[in-house]
Ligand binder design. Structure first.
Ligand code: FAD
Length: 469
């Protein structure tokens, strides 16, 4: 290995040992490490790692971690780098382990509805392989082409299918993980029932790479159904009525309610303005919901949806409703929900939140936030929308309308999240960005238990240090 400038002797010795063990093709150093490995989608300032390791096998991951352990070098696992919390950004002097070469779909069993994949397989590759085998994989999100299953597991990703299928945790039946000292934990047992002590895999789901490197994943899938889909846009007078409509639809259609996206009027008016859309109803209403229902036959499903919404109207929960008569009309209705794509162009900058709340509290929480913002920043532009069925609310505020006081807006909103006993991160994790607010969502006792688990599995604190805690 050519000497890398600016490194001390022990770092040089470590890199030589790493390259001797794994080869120069697997271990990159210095300028050979492309800038894309220096940060993730979150916009966190880039850091060049001491080395980038791109293993092809679990054994190589294990060998790399063992050497890092011996030399006390920090390790940062990297998936598709689409994370929004800065969790995969290298720390000074670390080894970044990119899982991109471990991307095989190893096994698909359409009888048992299970797949075994390497952690570096992209979500899209897993979805496509499932469909080819007559199955459906239950997690979907916008970054599907780049994010990896290992990253999805490590962030316990949510996304579009949560109402029907749950989050990533619900799709994981088994994991293979390499611990900080190189020990391989093989937990890939294809069994649903296995009550033999602690279910260790759950520690690693949502751990953001702080406990070990996930190398292989045993995934659950669902059977493909003959699909018809009906989309409705429904107007409601209040938040409680919105929940009543969701409940009524779930009573009628059970798990076939595929989406229930609630939009506050502030969001709807903003979306119409930004995207130059036609207003969907003659007058504006406090809340609109986009509802997707799955079924087998479009005509009978449409009639059933009409009947359910008619009942809701009689009960006073629905003010107006439109049911799409074609997939083109459905797309037009869903356009209303696409305002977030316009945020960067229209908010300077957008201050975005992705919080979890007890479902029944979401309406009051939004009111409390708007009131607190109005008191401190009169004229602020804030919009509220979310996957209310999952208890997940998004809030976006235009930085320009709060005098650029982005940190103060964050502190204010997260303070209110704490008051409502909510979660400062519904989906994206803690990483670096939400560390200051973690204690608003977790008690000191919970944090102490988390630290004890971290200390037991990674006593030297080498796995993704400085993230989460
Ligand atoms: P990375 O960003 O590379 O890493 C994320 C974390 O996982 C880091 O802590 C990293 O150390 C760790 N990690 C990665 N791989 C491993 C491994 N093999 N072993 C151990 N630790 C590992 N998220 C949602 O939940 N829902 C959404 O709807 C959603 N939509 C998005 C849309 C867009 C356009 C973008 C850019 C992001 C979106 N995200 C969403 C966020 C992001 O895509 C998810 O958090 C995703 O799960 C991250 O996967 P990744 O492979 O990119 O992980």
């Amino acid at each position: 290995m050519a000497a890398v400038k600016g490194l001390d002797m022990s770092q040089q010795e470590f890199l030589i040992a790493l390259q001797n063990r794994l080869g120069v093709d697997v271990v990159l150093t210095g300028d050979a490490i492309e800038a894309r490995y220096h940060t993730d989608w979150s916009g966190t300032p880039p850091v060049q790692p001491l080395a980038l390791v791109r293993p092809r096998t679990t054994e190589e991951v294990s060998a790399a971690l063992r050497l890092c352990h011996e030399h006390r070098v920090a390790v940062v696992p990297q998936g598709g780098l689409t994370g929004l919390a800065g969790a995969a950004v290298p720390v000074e002097g670390c080894v970044a382990i990119s899982m991109e070469r471990m991307n095989a779909i190893e096994d698909i069993n359409s009888r048992s509805m299970l797949m075994t994949v390497q952690a570096g397989a992209t979500l899209q590759a897993v979805q496509e392989a499932a469909v080819e085998a007559g199955m459906v994989f239950g997690v979907d999100l916008g970054a599907r082409g780049s994010c990896q299953i290992g990253g999805n597991v490590s962030t316990n990703a949510g996304g579009n299918g949560v109402l029907q299928h749950g989050m990533m945790r619900e799709q994981v039946l088994g994991l293979e993980v390499v611990l900080a000292d190189g020990t391989v934990l093989p937990m890939l047992r294809p069994m649903i029932k296995n009550n033999t002590g602690y279910d260790l895999k759950h520690f690693f789901i949502g751990a953001e790479g702080t406990l070990g490197v996930i190398t292989r994943v045993l995934l659950r899938t669902q059977a493909q159904q003959p699909r018809a889909k009906v989309t409705a846009l429904v107007a409601m007078p209040g938040f409680d009525e919105s929940l009543a409509v969701l409940q009524r639809m779930q009573q009628h259609f059970g798990n076939s309610v595929a989406a229930f996206e609630l939009m506050w009027d502030s969001f709807v008016q903003t979306s119409i303005r930004w995207q130059r859309l036609q207003a969907p109803f003659a007058e504006s209403h406090p809340f609109l919901a986009l509802i997707d229902i799955d079924g087998k036959d479009e005509t009978s499903l449409c009639e059933a949806v009409e009947e359910a919404l008619g009942e809701a109207m009689e009960a006073g929960d629905v003010l107006d409703a439109v049911i799409a008569q074609s997939q083109t009309q459905a797309k037009t209705l869903w356009k209303l929900r696409e305002a977030p794509a316009e945020m960067n162009a229209n908010m300077h900058p957008p201050i975005n939140f992705d919080v979890g709340l007890p479902q029944s509290e979401i309406g009051k929480f939004a009111q409390a936030c708007q009131a607190a913002f109005d008191a401190r920043w009169p004229g602020n532009h804030s919009i509220f929308f979310g996957h209310v069925g999952d208890g997940n609310l998004h809030v976006s505020t235009d930085g320009k309308t709060v005098n650029g006081e982005c940190d103060a807006v964050e502190a204010e909103l997260y303070r209110i999240v704490g008051e409502f006993h909510g979660s400062v991160s519904a989906e994206h994790g803690i990483g670096l960005h939400k560390k200051p607010y973690l204690a608003l969502s977790r008690t000191p006792q919970e944090l102490a238990a988390m630290r004890a688990i971290k200390a037991a599995l990674d006593p030297l604190g080498l796995m993704n240090p400085g993230k989460v805690f």
